[in-house]
Design a protein around this ligand. Structure first.
Ligand code: GTP
Ligand code: MG
Length: 136
């Protein structure tokens, strides 16, 4: 079994979509939310989380956006949950995301794409440590 780090981004919180998105995750058989917290991210946390994108043109606006309001941070555990949550989220660009996916149903702007989910087992372990150090 796997675990993954999920962030419901500030646009999801501002638009009142967190309940809807959490429901979709809860309804998947065999997945469990094992940690959940509403919090506003500081610069240090965001630098650690998005360090791989530092220097890219979208990095600064991305970090500014991610600090613009609270996010819901979660650990989700279960069978193939890493791949599964990426599929539930849809591709990074919401316009390319199929209806039925979270980004496909609610997103338009690439930066404001509602949800983050770890992209590999290595990323998941790294990100869980950043957001829930007690759960490492
Ligand atoms: P995350 O789950 O947030 O990590 O998204 P992702 O894995 O689908 O995408 P990636 O890690 O490549 O990029 C992180 C975030 O940066 C994306 O979710 C977008 O919000 C933003 N982003 C990525 N690529 C672009 C881009 O080309 N333009 C802009 N404006 N934003 C981008
Ligand atoms: Mg990513």
């Amino acid at each position: 079994t796997q675990r993954t780090l999920v962030l419901l981004k500030p646009d999801a919180v501002r638009r009142g979509l967190t309940g809807e998105i959490i429901s979709r995750i809860e309804r998947k058989a065999g997945w469990r939310i094992t940690a959940l917290e509403l919090r506003t991210l500081d610069q240090e946390t965001l630098e650690q989380h998005y360090g791989e994108h530092k220097g890219k043109p979208f990095y600064e606006p991305l970090v500014e956006f991610m600090a613009s309001g609270p996010v819901v941070a979660m650990i989700v555990e279960g069978e193939r949950v890493i791949e599964g949550l990426r599929a539930l989220a849809g591709p990074t660009d919401p316009i390319a995301a199929a209806p039925g996916s979270i980004r496909g149903d609610y997103g338009v702007i690439v930066r404001e794409n509602l949800i983050h989910a770890s992209d590999s087992e290595e990323s998941a372990e790294r990100e869980v440590k950043i957001f829930f150090p007690g759960r490492a």
